[in-house]
Each structure stands twice: as C-alpha cells, then as structure tokens.
Design a protein around this ligand. Structure first.
Ligand SMILES: O=P(O)(O)OC[C@H]1O[C@H](O[C@H]2O[C@H](CO)[C@@H](O)[C@H](O)[C@H]2O)[C@H](O)[C@@H](O)[C@@H]1O
Length: 239
C-alpha cells in the first residue's frame, strides 16, 4: 500500500486552496480546482475534506464538488456529501452585537460584516486602520458571554464563533468515520484558525502543515495536489 492509500487529506480553503482576495466574495477559484479535488478524493477512497471557516453555502458555491466538508470553523459538518449537514446545537450571538459591529463598519468605508450561521466576521482588509478598534469591539462582545463565544483572529478580520466547535472538533469527528478512520491525517492550512485542526491531526498520528512554510503559496499547493493524482482523462471529461 502506497502513502496515498494511507492518508486522509484535510484542506483549508481561504489562503490555502485559493489566494487571499480583497473581500470574501472576490476570491477566484482556479477553474481546475473542483475537478482536481474530485479526482484526488477518488485516489484517497473519499478521505479528503475541506475544513474551512466559511459557511457551507459559500463552500458549495466556490467548490461545487461532492466531497466531505466542514464549514463555520467546525460548527457545520457534512461528512457525507449526499446527506444533510450535521449542525450541533450551538449558541447564536445576540443580534445587538451584530448591530453594533455594523454601526462601526458604517463609518469605515471598505470594512464589512460577513454573516455566518452561528456568528459573524468583521473584515477590515479594505480599512486597515480599523484593526485595533475592531478587535476591541469584538473582544468586548465575547467578554459579555465568554462561556458561549470565542473571538477568533483571521487574516485582517475578527470573528465571533460559538464555543464547542472548531476545526479541531471537525477533524476529530471526521477521523472517527469511514473512510477517514485508520488513515494518517494531513491537515494543510495557512492561519491561526487552522492550528486546532493541525493539532488534532497530529493527535491522530498525522501531520499539520502551514501552507506558507511547506508549499509557499496556494498555487504551489495546487500544483503539488495535481502531481499527486493520476493524469486526467481526455479534455472535457469529468470522472
Ligand atoms: O478557514 P478558511 O477557509 O481559511 O477561512 C477563514 C476565513 O476566510 C475568509 O476571510 C479571509 O479571506 C478573504 C478572502 O480572501 C479575505 O478577504 C479576508 O481578509 C480573510 O480574512 C472568510 O471570509 C471568512 O469567513 C473565513 O472565516
């Protein structure tokens, strides 16, 4: 049995499979990526998942491919692409928090709020001076209910996430099910939100790789993934 038959691949999305863009909606997905992931999943007997902070709604739009996915930093999990997502009962942040964040954003052109099923993100990539104020406001929300919510730092963004779910819990849940169980998990991600996923992969005897250190760029990772799969069939065919 070769290494690929023993591995389970757990891939982050933003900054890992796709390059970081100015706004969440502006990411450009390499047109070959969905089919590449599909073929790679075949090589791994299905043991390939995207584990992302994005909602499954976003992931389905960007990656229309039937593979296991975890969204919302583990708060939604769809290990079987043909079945409905598993949504653990997690708290929702008070509407007042979102309203106060929206009020701040309204005074800073370029800043924006991204809504998630169980939280929201304050993005300041287009308004970089807002970083410290955004952090302070989002931290003040979590300080009101630290038992229920976490503050996550993403790239030029601060996110409120319900406690009880993380990329780590998503990896743990995946690794306990076929076809992932018994394989060596390899988690690849680019930012702090991926570290919990990497840590659990290591606990299962696997590896966590920081994209920047191990591959350099999303394009280099995509090239590596492409080399790991068998040559594609005739142009235009979809396995
Ligand atoms: O877990 P990931 O798949 O890496 O998602 C983490 C967050 O990524 C997205 O935000 C980041 O990417 C945007 C598009 O490149 C960029 O504009 C932003 O500055 C980054 O923070 C996404 O919008 C978030 O929901 C994810 O949690």
């Amino acid at each position: 049995m070769g290494p690929i038959e023993r591995a389970a691949l757990l891939l982050d999305f933003d900054g890992t499979l796709v390059e970081i863009a100015a706004t969440p909606d502006a990411v450009r997905v390499d047109p070959l990526l969905p089919n590449l992931l599909y073929r790679l999943a075949g090589e791994l007997s299905g043991a390939l998942a995207v584990v992302s902070g994005r909602s499954l709604r976003d992931l389905d739009t960007f990656l229309p491919v039937p593979i296991p996915m975890a969204g919302d930093h583990g708060a939604t999990l769809r290990p079987d692409p043909a079945a409905p997502a598993l949504r653990p009962d997690l708290p929702h942040p008070p509407a007042a928090w979102r309203a106060r964040a929206a009020a701040l954003v309204a005074h800073h052109p370029g800043a924006l709020i991204e809504d998630k099923d169980h939280g929201f993100v304050l993005h300041y990539r287009q308004a970089p001076g807002l970083g410290p104020e955004a952090q302070a406001l989002m931290a003040s929300f979590v300080a009101e209910d630290p038992a229920a919510f976490d503050l996550l730092e993403a790239r030029m963004a601060w996110e409120i996430r319900p406690r009880g779910a993380s990329k780590g819990t998503a990896v743990q849940a995946l690794m306990q099910r076929a076809p992932f169980a018994g394989r060596v998990p390899v988690f690849i991600g680019d930012d702090v939100t991926d570290e919990e996923g990497m840590e659990v992969a290591r606990r299962f005897g696997g590896f966590g790789f920081k994209l920047q250190d191990a591959f350099g760029s999303p394009a280099a990772l995509r090239d590596w993934l492409a080399r790991a799969v068998a040559p594609p069939g005739p142009a235009g065919t979809t396995p």
